[in-house]
Design a protein. Sequence first.
Length: 456
Amino acid sequence: MNNLLNKFKKPGPKRILALDGGGIRGVLTIGMLERLETVLRKQHNNPDLLLCDYFDLIGGTSTGSILATGLALGMTATELRDHYFSLGGVIFGKKKNIFNYIANGEKFDYRPLTTALKNVFGDVRLGDQEKLKTGLCIVTKRLDTSSTWPFINHPESKYYNDNADLPLWQLVRASAAAPTYFLPVDLNIGNNEFGTFIDGGVSMSNNPSFLLLMVATLRGYPFHWKAGADNLLMVSLGTGFQDPKANADDLKQKSLLGWASAIPNYLLLDANYYNQLIMQILSNSPTAKEIDSEVGNLQYDTVHGKHMLSYLRYDLVFENDYLHSLGFHFSKEIVDALKSMDSPKYIKELYEIGLRAGNIQIKPIHFPSNFKLNNNSHSENQKLRFDAGKKPKVNFENYTKNPIPVGAVQIDEAFEVETMEGIMQGKPGDYLMKGPKNELYVCDEKIFLETYTKMK
């Protein structure tokens, strides 16, 4: 078994890094990645720790795929920053004239981007089990079948033999082929079949968190990692988003061309909204934010009382009050320019915004010790256990139990209750209990009669 496959199959908790798309705003993510590196290096007392050492799977969409591939090859966040600073102006430097843009649907010449990716990633292929230090997922969209494609480097993947020889630069170029910005890419996907691929952000996976969760856990994919808040940790980094609020009168006056340019952003906002909604329902998340005023932050919402993973989401809004809180005082014109995905003019400012936001948002307490590398405390098979009928080898101290008022009602038929710990089953005659924090649970009839006294 090679080192990479051994990493995938090694028992114990797994860690996933998900990186959003966002064009040139990916440099903002790099600022957050530098903070993430610093936190993890201090936790492990290792100044040379790489993110590819810590994370077992790194995936990204569009600009996120560029970052994910660089990290999977063993680059530091600082190395990625240097590449972006030197290449941003080249990739998004010269726009095509309006006639070419309308005729061919390409705002920028794809050749500088292709050359830049070749220079950074060389001839490394998806199946290189030596140069790729960890799991990699490059998210693309196959245009001719309208399906989202996650290209992964697991050697037991169903399509690994067909995709292993594809150059990383070509896959990343496909993932970053945003319609109207760059031309689509044709890829040989095996058996002399070619598919036409565009930016993976033209899907529900511009924020690839949920897709990476499926890749990590579903039976159709090869990883088969065990779900659970103590088993899976996902860190998800955004590229900033715009405040969706708009003036109603302005919307009424919007032209056909105005609507055409605005609709993709609405769809992107919706995709990110539902990814965040789903991930917060499925996870234990100390960074959970309020989704909206109706559903809140979903802290007490789960699927059958269980969490599939621990989830950390870091992102920021391009809004003056928030930027002021980071110490920036930009004009409205500059804030509008920062929102752009294709303007390299303020690339250094974007990096500083990401770095300052990361310093505030990314906290050491977010990374539990059970996800620490080489954690030898208690694995799943070594978990501390107390068995009924055996005297525990611990020193008990004496306490009195304060009387806590609870609610109770006897149910005369079989029933079940959804709790944070899972579904509890009740028999006819058992009691439905309501705790001091309005939590519901089941109490066996015999235990209830022996334990509880009705209050006067």
